[in-house]
Design a protein around this ligand. Structure first.
Ligand code: ADP
Ligand code: MG
Length: 153
């Protein structure tokens, strides 16, 4: 599944659309070069599930920010926004407790490559690429069958 957006606002809208399909236990990775819009996408995703979250900032220094997601079925679960850009070694992952979050939260990860060995297979990968046109991005979603089914409905 893929989309082309022509503004940060539109990228947030796509983030919100995918958030509408998210369930407790979902893991999503965001990849793409610096400045491609991973955090912008995450902002739209988070605002859709946690409307009273306030400012959604990049967790580059904090490593992660946690919000409370309000799901369509009326339940809530933690929503983790993680950025592993500054992580130096996969060993440091233990301090974050990511693995404890897989089942009980929705986890959105920027710069997830360093965590590859512990990432669950069942996940949605979002890749954001530049195009030749200014302020235009290509957003490509790929992942487990379960996610592809959800995106197609
Ligand atoms: P990343 O988290 O990938 O490093 P950010 O989301 O922090 O990227 O920054 C993306 C930058 O690109 C922002 O300054 C944003 O305004 C700009 N931008 C321009 N066009 C787009 C677009 N179509 N989608 C997302 N961001 C865009
Ligand atoms: Mg970012």
């Amino acid at each position: 599944m893929q989309w082309v957006t022509t503004s940060p606002q539109e990228t947030q809208t796509i983030g919100g659309l995918i958030a509408g399909l998210a369930r407790k236990g979902d893991v999503l990775t965001l990849s793409g070069d610096l400045g491609m819009g991973k955090t912008t996408f995450a902002r739209g995703f988070i605002r859709a599930l946690a409307p009273d979250a306030g400012a959604v900032t990049s967790p580059t220094f904090a490593l992660m920010n946690v919000y409370e997601a309000h799901l369509a079925d009326g339940t809530t679960c933690p929503l983790w926004h993680v950025d592993l850009y500054r992580l130096e070694s996969p060993d440091d992952l233990r301090n974050i407790g990511l693995e404890d979050a897989w089942d009980r939260a929705i986890v959105l990860i920027e710069w997830a490559d360093i965590a590859n060995s512990i990432l669950p297979d069942k996940r949605l990968s979002i890749e954001i690429k530049a195009t030749e046109a200014m302020d235009t991005r290509e957003i490509i979603a790929s992942g487990s069958m379960d996610w592809m089914d959800r995106l197609e409905d």
